[in-house]
Design a protein around this ligand. Structure first.
Ligand code: C5P
Length: 206
């Protein structure tokens, strides 16, 4: 069984995908980590002429050891990730990694932006998570606060909106709900309620 979980930044899709993976005993891949790892690898080249070429190279050379979330959570890395994510050759280089993950294990939960549209259009269940931008910024702020990192709410909110706009406008992105995706609005839901709602959708389909 392949479950695709797509949605915008800080929509709760990662937590939800992790919860579904635990519930159905499937491996989980947070595909945002791939883009974040590429973004981190080219951080020093931002704004330079070789940024794109370096990003393509980093995507082609990506190694599973590069995907440690601990080094990739920063807001800055998320923003860089969305900049490398518009490069078609980067997406192409990361495609096979994601496909292999989905197929190798005979089932998986993948979360990202284009899982239901590009990576696994044949997924058994597709969830598209939405949540109000304000609620998403609040969640992200709480996550950073829990790690003892001070963040300015307004800055966070603006960055989330900028990243959404870049992701939606990405001509190579595939970031829209697939025709057969189930929309789940988590604005008013806590983690447990969101997971219950997602399990209900999956159980009704499989
Ligand atoms: O999900 P996360 O916030 O970690 O993703 C970071 C960035 O990586 C996104 O803003 C998006 O630009 C890009 N991304 C993507 N396709 C995916 C996953 C992430 O373009 N499947």
């Amino acid at each position: 069984m392949i479950i695709a979980v797509d949605g915008p930044a800080a929509s709760g899709k990662g937590t939800l995908a992790g919860g579904l993976a635990g519930y159905y005993r499937l491996p989980h891949l947070d595909t945002g980590l791939l883009y974040r790892a590429v973004g981190r690898a080219v951080e020093a080249h931002e704004g330079q002429a070789d940024f794109e070429a370096r990003a393509i190279e980093a995507a082609r050379d990506l190694h599973p050891d590069d995907l440690d979330p601990e080094f990739l959570v920063a807001q800055k890395i998320g923003n860089l990730a969305s900049k490398v994510a518009v490069i078609g050759e980067v997406r192409k280089a990361l495609f096979q990694y994601q496909r292999n993950f989905a197929l190798r294990h005979g089932g998986a939960v993948l979360d990202g932006r284009d899982i239901g549209t590009v990576i696994c259009p044949e997924a058994d269940v597709k969830l598209f998570i939405i949540a109000d931008a304000h609620a998403r910024a609040e969640r992200r702020a709480r996550q950073f606060a829990a790690r003892g990192q001070a963040v300015d709410f307004e800055t966070l909110y603006t960055q989330i909106e900028e990243r959404d706009a870049r992701d939606r406008a990405n001509p190579n992105g595939g970031f829209y709900p697939a025709a057969d995706a189930h929309l789940l609005d988590t604005t008013q839901l806590d983690i447990e309620a969101a997971l219950r709602a997602a399990v209900a959708i999956v159980d009704a389909v499989i």
